[in-house]
Design a protein around this ligand. Sequence first.
Ligand SMILES: C[S@@+](CC[C@H](N)C(=O)[O-])C[C@H]1O[C@@H](n2cnc3c(N)ncnc32)[C@H](O)[C@@H]1O
Length: 324
Amino acid sequence: MTKLGQLYSLFDSVKLPENLPYTQCSKWELKFLYLVGRHHLTGQDRIVELGSGGGGSTYALALGLHESPVFDEMTGRLHAYDFFRVGKGTYATEKFLDPGHEAADDNSFLDDFKRRLDPFLPFLEIHAGDLWQTSDPKDTSPVEFLHIDIAKTDRVFQCVSERFLTRMRPGTVVLHQDFAGPRLPWLHHSTGALLPYIEIAGPPIRSTLAFEVTEPIPDDVMKRITEDDYTVDEKLALISAVQDRIDRDHTGGIPFKSVLEMGKAFVCHYDGQHKRAWSIAKPLQTDEYLSRTRADHFAQLKKAYEAEPKVTTMARLKKLVGKK
Ligand SMILES: C[S@@+](CC[C@H](N)C(=O)[O-])C[C@H]1O[C@@H](n2cnc3c(N)ncnc32)[C@H](O)[C@@H]1O
């Protein structure tokens, strides 16, 4: 077991403050963030949170760092990236605004965020705006830690992988907060590609998969991930490899083998292979968790399949024998 895996035994010891900022993370995930900050990270290399939102996850991590015996608040930095504003396409909820605070003209909740994180501002470096603008393409400094709660689209994941995953080294810890999201299969197949070089800490913590890099990641592997240079079949095989490693989450509530199977359906869907996507998704409707929580996903895949022009058996036969 990695040192990271040992943190699971400490869950019960964590008492987080009652008045944490509003968060979209579960209390389990917050506790794990706290534990990583408190017991694992050193601050020697970059500590990065991508998608800080209203600051709930940031607070838990920062509190852990604050109480760490080794993290030096004079030199160590926690880098927080987010739009820090609500609005179309941001994936930020109005709940990130203080109650009673109407979104200002620029829809920003940055001041609210700063107020909530006040005790930790001396070691917090805030990068407000679109990640493509606020991250530095020339920065190749190693990252010690990445909390990824931002890669809601393949385009944002491209930025995450080009500018942050490429900076992983042996010892880097990554938390993928959206791992239970079948619509984000780039998280799943990229993790599959990394499997020979990482150790998964243990069962996912609710939606979060945690891993530690254990071997240097070859440049060609990283290049394929950043360029999304995998065929659909390769992506499905990579996801299968992850399915072989994980099952239910730590609390027993999320069946990850089924979630990742649904992720495969979305790989096909995004590639325009709607029949194949639905043939993967349809049998998953009997999965209690997916049918209860992902009805909209099934509807999306089914609708795309039904809207696709159907090729008749006769047309297929004609094509086979070369007739028009
Ligand atoms: C699920 S929320 C983060 C939740 C937060 N970690 C918490 O504890 O509640 C995702 C965040 O990603 C941010 N985001 C999404 N795409 C982004 C981008 N391209 N640049 C900057 N921030 C982005 C949104 O503003 C949103 O706050």
